[in-house]
Structure formats: C-alpha cells, structure tokens
Design a protein around this ligand. Structure first.
Ligand code: SF4
Length: 434
C-alpha cells in the first residue's frame, strides 16, 4: 500500500534587480541562498509567494523604477510577502517601509544573510526549518548568458552629486583567491564571459596584488574563463599598465571600457570633485584608441549639474563630438538626499536639462552608428544576450567590444561565444551570420 503523504508545495520567489552592474551579482547571491533552501524561482511578472526588489538610488529616475517595481508586487494583493532591499532602502528606509504592502526593508549590509533574515521573519515561506549555510558563491545567473562577479564594494571618492558612498560605504576589496574561485565555478557552469564589477574597481588591491592591472592577469592565469570584461572604471585609473594588459589579453579581455566623464567643463568637474580635466580625459582616450584596435569606449555624462551654464554644456558637447567616445549614458541631474550638490543653489531648470539631454543623446546615437559601421565585413565574437521577442527564436548578442548584434535565427540560447561575420549595420545594431 502506498503511504499517502501530503506533499507540501514549494514556495516561489520572484526577484527584480534594478540599477547598476553591482546588483546582478548580489541578487544572484541572494537567489542562490533561497533556492538552496527549497524555494522555486519564477519570473517577476508571475505569481509568487515572495517578491524581492533589489533596488538602486543613483538617480531620481532609479528611485522611480524601484517604486514602480514595488507597486507591481504590492498591487497583486495575493498575500505575497514583499521585501525591498539595497541602496534605496539605505537612502530612505522609513519612507519605503511605510509604503502600502511592503512587509520588510533590508539594507545592503544584510544582503549576504538574506535567507537568515527571511527565515526569522517569515518562517511560513520555508516548508522545513531551514538549515542555514554560509553565504554561497554564485554559480548561476537567472536567464542571463553572461555572469557578473563583484571584486569590491563601496567608494572612498566624494563626488559632489553622488549618494553611492553613503549607501555603499567605504571601499572594501574582495580577496583575489575568492574572486578566482567564483569565476572558476561560473566557468564550470558554462559561463564564457564574466564581467568584473564593483563601485570603484580601479582602486582594487589585495595582498600582493596592487592594482586592477595586476588582478586581471592573476585571474586569467588562474582560471579558464574565456573572456573577461571590466565594468565602469574611473578615468584616472585607466593607466598605461592597464591598457597594456587589455592589449596583451587578446580575445580573453573584452575590447571595451566604460569611462565616466560626467562633464566636459573643467569648471564643473572641479565643483563635482572629479580629479581630472577634459584634456586629461581625451588624451587618455586617444592613447587607448591608438593602442587597442577596435576598442569601444562608453562614458557617463551628467546634464544640468547645479550651475551648469550654456558654455559648460557646450564643452560637454565638444568632448562628446571628439570622435573618441562611442556611446554615452546621459543622466539628467537629480538631487540625491544628503549630497553636497543637493544643497547647491543655481539649479538648472528641468526644461533646459531635457533639451540638453536630448542633444547629447542624439550625438551618442551618431557616435554609436559610426562604431557599428566600422564592423561591417569583420569577424566578431558575441554572446547571445536576450530574445528579440519572447515568441521568436532569434537573439540579440553582445560582441566583445560591446556592440549589439542580431544573431541568425535559431542561433543562441546558450552561454558560449559565437563567431560571426558582420554583413550589415543598422542604426542601433549589427547583423551577423555564421
Ligand atoms: S567615484 Fe564618484 S561617482 Fe563613482 S561611486 Fe565614487 S563618489 Fe560616486
């Protein structure tokens, strides 16, 4: 006789990640803890017993995205637990905790022990009393074919507009051996591209490894990862050693750097406490472009920093049009609570910020199109990133030099690096064939 035993349904969780490249790594670490404890993961737009929102607060727009995600979870009214986590919480904890339907807020410092926090607060989410392990290394990135590995957290710089040091704290680097172990685990799990992330990765040092330019070869020598990509790195930290390492790395280091500019005006850069001039910045880009064939360089730029005049803005336009920046991430200035610039007078009118942002975005589109055109008839190496449409069997890929490419139909869906020929370039992407 078969013993009738009631099978308890495993509880489901859905996790939304907002913001910069530091958050995916931390989200996956949290997800790993929960899946090990028996929770099933579903998409954020599906029914779940637990919704987690890993937030960002770098701009006013990021705050709005977080509120939108929180609202999408709370409006379901299905009795699910809604937990808001991360930078937005560290900035405005009480305000978020008061939002209708939010059950718990968790700051950055508790991300590593999220399973413990949740099992104490909401034991009914776990079928059995969970046996809590130490925070786990990430081995899988949900629905992603590239992986992110955090090498450090926090920042010691004090840019006048930036809330990150307040919510992320001082710079803390991760042991190099731990980084290598995580990368090896991800490689074993089929990831060919790993992105090194952190708030201020150019300040990396650990034990005998004195800089990011030493960390990169250490990783390459001690892992089998196919290719590494550096996430955003400060201009003053892209030094000749690092450029040489990227050049020597061949296909194992992506020919792509994202180097925040923030303003083309030296006056504004000084008020922002950015430690370089626009000339230093451009001279550096010039060297990088000369040394590394085919490298693509992106930049962040802030529009409408308090006191930004027409002339200041013109200087930003000149740098954007220098032919050395291939794409721009344009941020409309917004006051972040507690920052130096939030207390400055002479705020730029929203209408002007909107007009200036539009001008820079148009320049960025032109620059990106020119970068795409250079790839026609070239061979490129891409990782499939996402489906063009949920119902289609076609994928977008990303090349080592960070260009978007439309893959041939029925190719993609894995984590491997695909070799493609570029047959054409559209306005915003390349077209590839095998
Ligand atoms: S370098 Fe400046 S902008 Fe970047 S995180 Fe640190 S304070 Fe913020």
């Amino acid at each position: 006789m078969i013993e009738a035993k009631e099978q308890k349904r495993a509880k489901c969780f859905a996790l939304e990640t907002i913001g910069c490249r530091r958050n995916p790594d931390e989200s996956e670490k949290m997800a790993t803890q929960l899946t090990i404890l028996g929770l099933d993961r579903v998409d954020y737009n599906q029914e779940a017993d637990l919704y987690l929102i890993n937030t960002c607060t770098v701009t006013g727009r990021a705050d709005a995205s977080c509120r939108n995600s929180i609202f999408r979870a709370t409006k379901r009214e299905n009795g699910a637990v809604v937990v808001v986590i991360g930078c937005y919480v560290d900035s405005e904890s009480e305000k978020i905790a008061r939002l209708n339907g939010v059950n718990l807020v968790v700051g950055n410092s508790e991300k590593d022990s999220i399973a413990k926090v949740l099992s104490n607060k909401f034991p009914f989410l776990f079928n059995d009393k969970p046996v809590l392990a130490e925070p786990q290394a990430v081995f899988d990135f949900y629905q992603h074919s590239r992986a992110w590995v955090k090498i450090s957290d926090g920042c010691n710089q004090k840019c006048a507009y930036c809330i990150i040091p307040r919510v992320r704290g001082k710079l803390i680097n991760r042991p190099a051996s731990e980084i290598v172990d995580e990368i090896n685990l991800l490689s074993k799990n089929g990831y060919h591209e790993v992105v090194l992330t952190g708030v201020h990765i150019g300040q990396y040092s650990w034990d005998g490894i004195k800089s990011i330019a030493e960390l990169v070869p250490f990783i390459l020598d001690n892992s089998s990862v196919s290719r590494l990509r550096l996430s955003s790195i400060e201009p003053q930290e892209v030094n000749p050693d690092l450029v040489e390492i990227i050049k020597k790395g061949g296909q194992r280091i992506c020919r792509h750097l994202h180097i925040p500019l923030q303003s083309g005006s030296d006056r504004v850069l000084r008020v922002m406490h950015r430690p370089y001039s626009s000339k230093n910045y451009l001279d550096n880009l010039h060297i990088i472009k000369e040394k590394i064939d085919g490298i693509v360089i992106g930049a962040d730029i802030i529009v409408g920093f308090p006191g930004e005049t027409d002339n200041d803005f013109k200087e930003s336009v000149m740098v954007a049009k220098s032919g050395l920046i291939d794409y721009l991430h344009v941020f409309s200035y917004s006051d972040r609570p507690g920052t130096e610039s939030s207390k400055m007078s002479d705020k730029v009118a929203p209408k002007i910020i909107k007009e200036r942002s539009k001008i820079l975005r148009e320049i960025s589109d032109i620059n990106y199109k020119a970068a795409l055109a250079k790839e026609i008839a070239q061979t490129v190496y891409a990782v499939a990133e996402s489906k063009t449409n949920q119902n289609k069997k076609q994928y977008w890929g990303i090349t080592d030099n960070y260009l978007k490419i439309l893959l041939p139909e029925n190719l993609g869906g894995g984590r491997e690096i695909l070799k493609l020929n570029v047959t054409a370039a559209k306005d915003k992407y390349l077209i590839g064939t095998i």
